[in-house]
Design a protein around this ligand. Structure first.
Ligand code: CS2
Length: 464
């Protein structure tokens, strides 16, 4: 028998007790996409809610969609891990116990579906990143080979396939499915994809009708964990934690108050439940995520390794401020109580946190699926208003130059992007090659001369 590793965090080796006894929790939530972000966000809200209410029915089954790496980190630790919170000049660490079970979808696809169908589970949350939705042009990408393989009848491996199969097999209380990814109207969007999948698969029934898909806006900067972080966590905890995650102090969750059944008291834990998430979500995507991407591309082109270095470059900070004030601001309706100027400054302050070491290359990845959400809506709105979106175009141009220059592009469409830019030797050729990618740019932008001219100008300057 394996002896518990006394140097490793676990239920029998707890330096600081988690707020709620993890042994008492039963699973009421399935989370798809067990990356660092979930562990630093929804799992923390869930832990706090349990602590405040004493409810024990909201343990989490976390599902890794790809590799077994997270299970290998968490299983020997009884699902426990710590959040290492790095402020500009203070660090703290907290052990979280809300993840009670870890599944690896490719190894155990049937268990994932069974958990979603389990009547004791009331809520599914998701952080599977933009590309995890396997969408194209606003709908499910039925030409995606993984979607096709799911539709052909294997135990589903795609997120949309898992949800549809789970709903089809479910009975009892209606399920609530909360998308926590950085997408426009993420809840209704996911609902559309699940419906499309169900139609294509010939699935349906009461559970599809009664399921709720609230929209939600999530916010916390969570850089990838490094070996240095794991060493620091070991020093602070006195035991090793292979699953530690790093986060900034800031933490926000705005959720549409639209649940089909029971839910954890996330509001008691600081989440905001509201009738309309859209203005929050739009401000966050167009302000925080857009300037993040802009700083990532411009920063990487200038050789900066981290976002904090990039935003401490006065020219790049000025470009980010200009994007906010000139292009994004005029397109937004601020949510009640949010001062957009102050919000913009607070976002740049958070980026400047030198303790986070958030790599520009991490934020730069998956540009083909991030740009449409973060920047292209702003470009479209400004063009419709008869304005020239100089700053938003600069961010898009920086992505183009980054794609052309980077030796490896970490992007679901990397092959297509690299092939398109292979022979583009002039700024005009580069812009035309990438602007023609119809899975990134909608038709109105592909055919807009003003946008094209702005891009050519910026690409010329950036490559000079
Ligand atoms: C970042 C986001 O990696 C990225 O693209 O812009 O992950 C960002 O850190 C979060 O959305 C902050 O809430």
């Amino acid at each position: 028998m394996n002896r518990p590793d006394s140097t490793r965090l676990s239920l029998t080796n707890l330096p600081t007790k988690p707020a709620v006894d993890p042994n008492e929790l039963t699973v009421g939530i399935v989370h798809l996409g067990l990356g660092a972000f979930h562990r630093a966000h929804q799992a923390v809200f869930t832990e706090r809610a349990a602590q405040l209410t004493g409810e024990t029915r909201w343990g989490i089954t976390g599902v890794s969609q790809r590799s077994a790496a997270v299970r290998e980190q968490l299983a020997p630790q009884d699902g426990l891990y710590a959040v290492l919170t790095r402020g500009t000049d203070s660090t703290s660490i907290d052990v979280i116990g809300s993840i009670r079970e870890v599944l690896t979808a490719p190894e155990d696809p049937d268990a994932v579906v069974a958990r979603i169908a389990d009547p004791r589970v009331s809520v599914v949350t998701l952080t599977v990143t933009e590309k995890g939705y396997r969408a194209a042009n606003g709908g499910l990408d039925l030409s995606d080979p993984e979607i096709q393989a799911d539709l052909a009848g294997r135990p589903p491996r795609t997120v949309v396939g898992q949800l549809a199969a789970g709903l089809a097999r479910r009975s009892g209380e209606a399920l609530t499915i909360v998308s926590c990814d950085n997408l426009v109207a993420n809840g209704p969007f996911l609902q559309r994809l699940v419906r499309q999948y169900a139609d294509a698969a010939g699935l349906g029934g009461e559970q599809f009708e009664s399921a709720a898909f609230p929209a939600s806006m999530v916010d916390r900067i969570v850089p990838a964990t490094t070996d240095a972080d794991r060493d620091e966590a070991a020093r602070l905890l006195g035991v090793r934690d292979e699953a530690v995650v790093v986060a900034e102090p800031f933490l926000q969750w705005i959720i549409e108050d639209h649940f089909a059944g029971a839910r954890p008291a996330w509001d008691a834990a600081g989440a905001v439940l509201t009738a309309d998430v859209a203005p929050w979500e739009q401000a966050k995507l167009r302000m925080l995520n857009a300037t993040h991407s802009m700083l990532a591309y411009l920063g990487a082109l200038r050789g900066y390794e981290t976002i904090a270095e990039a935003v401490r470059d006065d020219e790049l900070a000025a470009a980010a401020r200009e994007l906010l004030s000139a292009d994004v601001g005029p397109t937004l309706t601020p949510p009640d109580g949010l001062d957009l100027t102050a919000y913009g400054e607070s976002v740049l302050d958070r980026f400047a946190n030198p303790a986070l070491k958030h790599r520009t290359t991490q934020v730069a990845m998956d540009g083909s699926v991030k740009l449409p959400v973060r920047l292209l809506g702003t470009v479209q709105d400004r063009l419709t208003a008869g304005a020239e979106p100089h700053s938003a175009s600069l961010a898009v141009a920086a992505w183009m130059v980054y794609v052309a220059r980077a030796t490896t592009v970490d992007d679901p469409q990397a092959d297509r992007l690299k092939a398109a830019t292979a022979d583009a030797t002039t700024p005009t050729a580069l812009v035309d090659a990438l602007l023609a990618v119809d899975t990134v740019f909608p038709e109105d932008l592909r055919e807009n001369d003003t946008f094209r001219a702005l891009l050519v100008d910026h690409v010329s300057t950036l490559t000079r």
